[in-house]
Design a protein around this ligand. Structure first.
Ligand code: ADP
Ligand code: MG
Length: 260
């Protein structure tokens, strides 16, 4: 079976999408078969991989979830796009927010994404799911489908309050719906250690969570080069191969592989 890793944090702008792109492509560069799933109606992952108009795509995750929900048979490769850097993408667009609304109150609505991923069987070594910035039905579906969670945290705000809420949700899903769910780690992103707060936040995170949750020692530095990649539809390895962000995501990739 594929290993399912989700990038989740209900806070926006913490590099969930950026991490999905560069971990996904990082794993492909190590010879792994990878599918990334855009589980956000904003379609940022879809855009970041070069599909600048997600709303014009016909088959997206919304359609797939609708088929699964209604038990309609479909071709398992339907909707999957291929990116030049060696990964597959299940795209999303605004239609996914309609699906999210329709899931409320439906029986077993939290297992739809898992059912789809199960259907893919062992087609992929890794499936990476980019979550939306909330703890709604779509994120719940990702938590139920996941083996591992990476929690990107931007080292610019004290994130403790939001993290508490996320950790509570994770532990509830683990108890009630997905006992194998495991937090791979908290990933510090957009780190600029020239600022005092980056150091302070890192210290607080280690104090509060260091004994219970893995915190990746390898952090993702702040760099304008990283912010430019979505517009070009490529990874940091292509945009700034020798830069510090590329090196950091390569390290993260190695750590994820060593986790096997
Ligand atoms: P999220 O998916 O959590 O909302 P994104 O991955 O979209 O976060 O990142 C938020 C913004 O920060 C984007 O504009 C992105 O290009 C930028 N960004 C991501 N990583 C870095 C980095 N290491 N350095 C500078 N900017 C970054
Ligand atoms: Mg995002």
């Amino acid at each position: 079976m594929s290993k399912v890793i989700i990038c989740a944090n209900q806070k926006g702008g913490v590099a969930k999408t950026t991490t999905t792109v560069n971990l996904g492509i990082g794993l492909a560069r190590e010879g792994k078969k990878v599918l990334v799933i855009d589980n956000d109606p904003q379609g940022s992952l879809t855009e970041a991989l070069g599909y600048q108009e997600p709303d014009s795509l016909e088959i997206t995750l919304a359609q797939i979830m609708d088929w699964v929900l209604n038990e309609e048979p479909f071709d398992i490769t339907a909707g999957i796009l291929h990116h030049e850097e060696g990964i597959d993408l299940m795209p999303a667009n605004i239609e996914l927010s309609g699906v999210e609304t329709s899931l409320v109150g439906i029986m077993s609505s939290e297992t739809v994404l898992k059912e789809y991923i199960d259907m893919l069987g062992n087609k992929y070594d890794y499936i990476i799911v980019d979550c939306s910035p909330n703890l709604g039905q779509l994120t719940l579906n990702a938590l139920v489908a996941a083996d591992e969670i990476i929690i990107p945290v931007q080292a610019a705000y004290l994130p403790i309050k939001g993290l508490e809420q996320l950790l509570k949700t994770i532990s509830r899903v683990k108890r009630k719906m997905n006992p194998k769910l495991h937090i791979m780690g908290i990933l510090l992103t957009m780190v600029d250690y020239r600022t005092n707060y980056a150091n302070e936040i890192t210290e607080v995170l280690y104090q509060v969570y260091g004994s219970s949750i893995h915190i990746f020692e390898n952090v993702i530095p702040m760099s304008v080069r990283a912010a430019e990649t979505p517009a070009e539809g490529v990874s940091i390895y292509k945009h700034d191969a020798k830069g510090k962000v590329a090196i950091a995501y390569e390290e993260l990739t190695k750590e994820v592989i060593s986790h096997e």
